[in-house]
Design a protein around this ligand. Structure first.
Ligand code: CDP
Length: 208
């Protein structure tokens, strides 16, 4: 059985938490596609040409995930993500992952719209600017990054603006996505809402 769950949304909306929980619940594999762009952004900061960086990602580029979460890498990721050739270099890997046997959850910005428009379940996870900034500030401060709330809010606003305005694969909800606004929802409720949406499709397929 292959079943693809596409989870998109703006920065720090809770996509990663929802994606990991859905994958664990159903025993699906999970790909955080933001890490691909973060790894390319990291290599670009190290003066590698971004398209070449995207075409030659290696496991060692992901050896320090925490470093990839640093705000300067977030900004670099969003800059390289606006380059069509960078996005094109990452498409095949993401599509192959999405179609693997046993089910897959991918989270990002363009999964339901460009990478997997045929995904069986599409979720768009969002939250207010204030809630997202507070959550990301707590995450980063809690893992030892030197950040301020104002700095984090500015980073999210700038990335959202760039991610939504770019010509190739802009951040937008697929027409058939289920919208989950987590502004006034506990993470448990957000996860349960996502699991219920996946279960409806999954149960029908495993039964039939
Ligand atoms: O965790 P957060 O939501 O802050 O960001 P992320 O998902 O790790 O993505 C980092 C950056 O990569 C985003 O700001 C986007 O510019 C880019 N990205 C993208 O363009 N397409 C994706 N499918 C995933 C990430």
């Amino acid at each position: 059985m292959s079943l693809t769950v596409a989870i998109d949304g703006p920065a720090a909306a809770g996509k990663g938490t929802v994606a990991r929980a859905v994958a664990a619940h159903f025993g699906f594999a999970h790909l955080d596609t933001g890490l691909l762009y973060r790894a390319v952004g990291r290599r670009a900061l190290d003066h590698m040409e971004p398209v070449e960086a995207a075409a030659s990602l290696r496991p060692s580029d992901f050896s320090d995930i925490e470093a990839l979460r640093a705000p300067e890498v977030s900004q670099a990721a969003s800059r390289v993500a606006a380059m069509p050739e960078v996005r094109a270099a990452l498409v095949d890997f993401q599509r192959a992952f999405a179609r693997r046997q046993g089910g897959a959850v991918l989270d990002g910005r363009d999964i339901g719209t460009v990478i997997c428009p045929e995904a069986e379940v599409k979720l768009f996870v969002t939250a207010s600017d204030e809630v997202r900034a507070n959550r990301r500030y707590r995450e980063l401060a809690g893992t030892g990054h030197e950040v301020t709330l104002a700095g984090v809010a500015a980073d999210l606003a700038e990335r959202d603006r760039r991610d939504a305005a770019r010509a190739t694969a802009p951040l937008t909800a697929a027409k058939d996505a289920v919208l989950i606004d987590t502004s006034r929802m506990s993470i448990e409720t957000a996860v349960q809402t996502a699991i219920d949406a996946v279960a409806a499709v999954h149960n029908a397929r495993t039964r039939g």
